[in-house]
Ligand binder design. Structure first.
Ligand code: SAM
Length: 200
C-alpha cells in the first residue's frame, strides 16, 4: 500500500464561499513532512499555483536539505527531502501516474459534516486490500476545498470531531490525526509475538 499526502492551495473557498487561492503557511511544510515521514507516507506534495510561493517553499526545503538546517537537524532533512512542490493537483496525479503506472485514488478531507463520507476503518481496509494502488490524502487550506475539487475525488473521509461545537484544527494538526487514525486502523496485532505489524 502506498499513501501520499498533498497540501492544496488552489480551488479553495474563503469565508464568503468564493473560490480562492490561499497563501502558504511555512510551518505546514515541515510539520506535515514530519508527520508524513513518521506515519510512513511515501511523499508529500505542496501544491500552489503561484510561482513566487513555490519559490518560497523550495527555499525553505533547501534550507533543511542542503543549507545549515541539513546538518543542524538531520531528522528534519530526512522528512523534508520527500517534499515535492508542484503547481496543481493534476501535477500530483501525473507524477504518481508516471511513477506507479496507476491512476492515484484521491481522498478528500474536511471538518464539515455534509456529503457522503467514509470512515477511517473503511479507508484503511480499502488501502490494505488494494496494496498496488497509490492513495493521496488531500488537505485543504483557508475555509477548505471547493465543491468542484471535492467532486473529482474518489473518497471523502469523515471529519475529525471534537467534543463540542468548536472544530477548528490547523491543517497540520488534522493531518497528524488523520495519519495516526489510518495507521492505527491498519495495524494488525501479532498476538503470538506480542508485537504489531505495520502495513505502510
Ligand atoms: N472549514 C474548513 C473545512 O472544513 O475544510 C476548514 C479548513 S482547515 C483550516 C484546512 C484543512 O484542514 C481542511 O481542508 C482539512 O483538510 C483539514 N481539517 C481541519 N480540521 C479538520 C477536521 N476536523 N476534520 C477533517 N479535516 C480537517
Amino acid at each position: 500500500m502506498t499513501l501520499h499526502v498533498a497540501l492544496l492551495h488552489g480551488e479553495m473557498i474563503d469565508k464568503t464561499g468564493d473560490e480562492v487561492t490561499t497563501s502558504l503557511t511555512l510551518i505546514d511544510v515541515h510539520d506535515i513532512a514530519r508527520s508524513s515521514r513518521t506515519f510512513g507516507a511515501e511523499s508529500f506534495y505542496v501544491v500552489h499555483p503561484v510561482a513566487a510561493i513555490r519559490s518560497l517553499a523550495r527555499r525553505l526545503i533547501g534550507h533543511w536539505t542542503e543549507g545549515f538546517g541539513a546538518t543542524y537537524n538531520a531528522n528534519r532533512k530526512d522528512a523534508v527531502e520527500r517534499v515535492n512542490v508542484v503547481v496543481t493537483l493534476d501535477d500530483v496525479v501525473l507524477d504518481l501516474q508516471d511513477k506507479t503506472k496507476r491512476t492515484p485514488i484521491l481522498i478528500a478531507t474536511s471538518a464539515k459534516e455534509e456529503g457522503a463520507r467514509v470512515s477511517y476503518s473503511f479507508m484503511a481496509s480499502e488501502m490494505v486490500e488494494n496494496p498496488e494502488e497509490p492513495y493521496v490524502l488531500l488537505l485543504g487550506t483557508g475555509w477548505g476545498m471547493s465543491p468542484t475539487l471535492v467532486a473529482r475525488t474518489d473518497y471523502f473521509l469523515e471529519p475529525i470531531r471534537g467534543v463540542g461545537d468548536y472544530n477548528h484544527l490547523s491543517v497540520r494538526s488534522a493531518c497528524a490525526i488523520m495519519l495516526d487514525r489510518l495507521q492505527s486502523a491498519i495495524t494488525v496485532p501479532l498476538f503470538d509475538e506480542g508485537k504489531v505489524e505495520e502495513r505502510f
